[in-house]
Design a protein around this ligand. Structure first.
Ligand code: ZN
Ligand code: MN
Length: 430
């Protein structure tokens, strides 16, 4: 029996915001000592009242719009009940049946991947296992977290990895998250199952691989699962519905035997936060804020400016750099500008005016052969005979006089070091 992969992704993205999702604690967790950024709300103390972060909602809707989703006019938060030491309330505020964004898609190569939903929730704290103890840091507790859920449209691990990278590029472009995987700002989960090739039906089970923190691990974990599940099918067994984790040291996925398949999260509407309504005018404004996305922009740069795909990719790594390039390219040769920006990273930090100045200066300088002509002229002038004699007799200083004469003739459009070099050579040969 030939089997094919049926794979969907859940992608968690930490939003880049000043404060947390439901309280005013700082979200700048990387500069702070453990448990210093907490309050009754994000510690889940009884009676504390959550107040949603408006910017977090906007960022989520902006991402939803960029992923071609429908933005809901009516949405609400729900409680997802489960116990875990780093979740002090005993529930996570998330979204259940009325997420902020639904029903989108992204084009990957020539394939369209469905985006089921984009919703907003809060992050949990962090458990640190050390010397047989578990330490808890609640600084991360309550950070705004977006979850993107895709349709099970992937048939290869490569597709899943490429889509994850695309989402990373998009959230960086929208400037709503740094999406640094090492910092846990982008976390991946893969739902992996197999079915008979050609079958249209979804498999009756899925294996959820939790908390993957690198694209490489995602690829490895999926490949491992495909092999593991195929072997089960070969022996006539059906893989179990379960959660597994990727163990990079052993290069295997391991069953997380907390039997989470029995999980009943008992979702119910969050009673402390009223449902949200958004006017069509507001949603239109959000949609209008979606910039041209990086992949489209790369295509356009290649087409319009005649630069290579790799060069265009570098320029489109950030919105800022790509916009700088486009503005500056109106005043100078785009191909040359693109190459300079790719190869000389220090130029990227200049604003457009200074960037053009730096480039123009270099552009307008006379080349070596043009300078040689001027240098020869200067050497042959009667008025310079003395200076040349002086130089030849060892008066190094007199070259400055000749340099001045050349620079004057060149209207300042010469590299002095190059001029000196040519002068020395020409005088010695004269
Ligand atoms: Zn707080
Ligand atoms: Mn989630």
């Amino acid at each position: 029996m030939k089997l094919e992969l049926v794979l969907g992704l859940e992608i968690h993205i930490q939003l880049k915001l000043k404060s947390k999702m439901f309280c005013r604690c700082s979200a700048d967790i990387y500069q702070s000592e453990p448990n210093t950024l907490t309050c009754p709300v994000c510690l889940g103390l009884p009676g504390a009242l959550p107040v949603p972060n408006r910017e977090a909602i906007k960022s989520t809707q902006l991402l939803g719009a960029a992923l071609n989703c429908k933005l809901s006019g009516f949405s609400k938060f729900d409680r997802k009940n489960y116990f875990y030491p780093d979740l002090p309330k005993g529930y996570q505020i998330s979204q259940y049946d009325l997420p902020l964004c639904v029903d989108g898609h992204l084009d990957l190569f020539s394939k369209r991947v469905g985006i089921t939903r984009v919703h907003l929730e809060e992050d949990t704290g962090k458990s640190i296992h050390e010397n047989g103890l578990t330490l808890l840091d609640f600084n991360k507790s309550g950070l705004a977290l977006v979850e993107v859920v895709t349709e099970p449209d992937f048939r290869t691990s490569t597709e899943a990895v490429e889509l994850s990278k695309l989402i990373q590029r998009i959230v960086r472009y929208l400037q709503i998250s740094d999406a640094d995987m090492e910092k846990g700002q982008l976390r991946l989960e893969a739902n992996v199952s197999l079915r008979k090739q050609g079958s249209e039906k979804l498999p009756t089970y899925k294996v959820e691989i939790k908390n993957i923190n690198s694209f490489r691990f995602l690829e490895k974990a999926i490949k491992y699962e495909v092999t593991r599940q195929s072997k089960l099918f070969e022996t006539g067994l059906m893989p179990e519905q379960e959660n597994r984790g990727w163990d990079d040291i052993k290069s295997v996925t391991l069953s997380q035997r907390e039997k989470e398949e029995a999980h009943d999260y008992r979702y119910f509407p969050e009673p402390d936060i009223p449902p949200m309504e958004f006017s069509s005018k507001y949603l239109k404004e959000i949609k209008a804020r979606v910039p041209e996305l990086p992949d489209k922009k790369v295509e356009r740069f290649v087409r319009i400016y005649g630069i290579g795909v790799d060069t265009a990719r570098v320029l489109c790594e950030s919105l800022e750099l790509s916009e700088k390039f486009e503005k500056a390219s109106k005043e100078t040769d785009p191909k040359r500008l693109a190459n300079l920006l790719v190869n000389k990273t220090d130029l990227r930090n200049l604003d457009v005016d200074n960037l053009l100045k730096r480039i123009k200066v270099k552009e307008d300088l006379l080349d070596e052969s043009a300078l040689k002509v001027i240098v020869k002229d200067v050497i042959n002038l009667k008025e310079n005979v003395k200076a040349i004699k002086d130089y030849k007799s060892g008066k190094e200083q007199s070259i400055m006089f000749l340099l001045g004469a050349v620079m004057k003739k060149a209207n300042g459009k010469a590299d002095p070091l190059l001029v000196k070099e040519i002068l020395r050579k020409e005088i010695n040969e004269s």
